[in-house]
Design a protein around this ligand. Structure first.
Ligand code: ZN
Length: 312
C-alpha cells in the first residue's frame, strides 16, 4: 500500500462535538477540554463556531473559549463562520483562520442555512474581503459532499462547480464533508481520483462522520489518494443538530491509532490522547462509539494465561 508518510489531524470536537450536545457545558469545562486536547501533540483545532447564539446556544461562549486559549501557541485554531457577522466576531477575538460553511445541495443548504447554494456562495464575498483586510486565512467546506439525506447521491459535476466557485473567490483549501456517513471507500477513491487531478492547486481535507461505520475505511481510501489533512473528534463526539440520526466524526484516537499502526505519522502522543479521550468521555458523560476507548490500543498486551488456564 502506498501511503503518505505524514498527515495532520484537526480536532473538531469543540465545535462539531459540543454543538450536538443539548445540555449546557460550562465554559470552564470547555476550556479544560480544549487545553487537554492541545497537550496531546495535535497541531490544529476547530475551536468553535461563531453562529448566532439562538441558532446554537451551546456555542454562545465562543469568544470566552477562544480568549482562554490565547497563550497556547503550539496549536493552530480555526473557527467556523456562517456569515460576515460571525467572521467579524472571530477576527475580533484573534482567530487567524476561518472555515466557511456550504452545502453541496439546495435541500441541505435550506435546512442548514435557510438559503440556496448559489446564494450561500454569493454571501461569502464580504466574509472573504473582511478576512483579507485583517490578513486572516479562509478555508472552504462542502457538507454532504458524498451524499445528501434529502437528495441522495450528489453528482460529481456539482462538487466540481462548487470548487471552481471557491477558486474564483480565492479559496484554495476545501474540506469535503461526509456529514451523514454515507460515503464508501470505492466512492471516496473515485471522487478524489478525479478532484485531485482536476484541482491540483487545491488542498483537500476530509471530514468523515462514522454514522455507518465506514469512516476509517474512507480515511484510508483518501490517504491512498494522497490526502494528508483529516478532521476527527475526540471520543467520537458529535453529530449534526439538523440531521436526524447523524452521529459524530470518526474518533480522533481511532484515526490516529490506525494511521500510526500503518506507519503514517501524526505527531500526536497516542497514550496522552487516549487518556484525554477517556477524561473527555467522563466529563461529557458519553462517547460517540470510540473503539479505542473500548478495546485499548493494539500495543496493549494482556496477561499471559497460566498453564492451568484453558487457552482460547
Ligand atoms: Zn461534521
Amino acid at each position: 500500500m502506498k501511503l503518505p508518510t505524514h498527515v495532520t489531524v484537526c480536532e473538531v470536537a469543540p465545535r462539531d462535538g459540543f454543538q450536538a450536545i443539548h445540555e449546557w457545558i460550562p465554559t470552564e469545562k470547555k476550556v479544560e477540554i480544549v487545553k487537554m486536547l492541545a497537550s496531546t501533540g495535535l497541531t490544529s483545532m476547530e475551536i468553535t463556531s461563531f453562529v448566532h447564539p439562538k441558532a446554537i446556544p451551546q456555542l454562545r461562549d465562543a469568544e470566552e473559549v477562544v480568549r482562554a486559549m490565547q497563550d497556547q501557541q503550539e496549536i493552530k485554531l480555526r473557527a467556523l463562520v456562517p456569515n460576515v457577522r460571525g467572521a467579524a466576531r472571530a477576527i475580533d477575538v484573534g482567530i487567524k483562520k476561518l472555515k466557511l460553511m456550504l452545502s453541496a445541495t439546495d435541500s441541505h443548504s435550506l435546512s442548514n442555512s435557510n438559503c440556496l447554494v448559489k446564494d450561500a456562495l454569493e454571501g461569502m464575498k464580504p466574509i472573504i474581503e473582511l478576512a483579507q483586510k485583517h490578513d486572516v486565512a479562509v478555508g472552504g467546506s462542502i457538507s454532504v459532499a458524498f451524499g445528501c439525506p434529502f437528495e441522495g447521491k450528489v453528482p460529481l459535476e456539482k462538487i466540481c462547480s462548487i470548487i471552481e466557485h471557491y477558486q474564483s473567490l480565492g479559496i484554495h483549501e476545501v474540506s469535503l464533508a461526509d456529514s451523514t456517513g454515507v460515503a464508501n471507500p470505492q466512492q471516496v477513491d473515485h471522487m478524489l481520483g478525479v478532484l485531485v487531478k482536476q484541482f491540483s492547486s487545491v488542498t483537500f481535507s476530509m471530514h468523515l462522520h462514522n454514522t455507518r461505520g465506514m469512516a476509517l475505511a474512507n480515511a484510508v481510501a483518501a490517504l491512498q489518494q494522497g490526502i494528508v489533512h483529516f478532521d476527527s473528534s475526540i471520543a467520537g463526539l458529535g453529530g449534526c443538530p439538523y440531521l436526524p440520526g447523524a452521529t459524530g466524526n470518526i474518533a480522533t484516537e481511532d484515526l490516529i491509532h490506525a494511521f500510526e499502526q500503518m506507519g503514517v505519522r501524526t505527531g500526536v502522543n497516542e497514550a496522552r490522547l487516549l487518556a484525554v479521550a477517556r477524561q473527555v468521555k467522563d466529563m461529557i458523560g458519553y462517547d460517540g462509539g470510540s473503539f479505542l476507548l473500548q478495546a485499548g490500543p493494539c500495543s496493549q498486551l494482556h496477561q499471559k494465561p497460566t498453564s492451568q488456564q484453558k487457552l482460547g
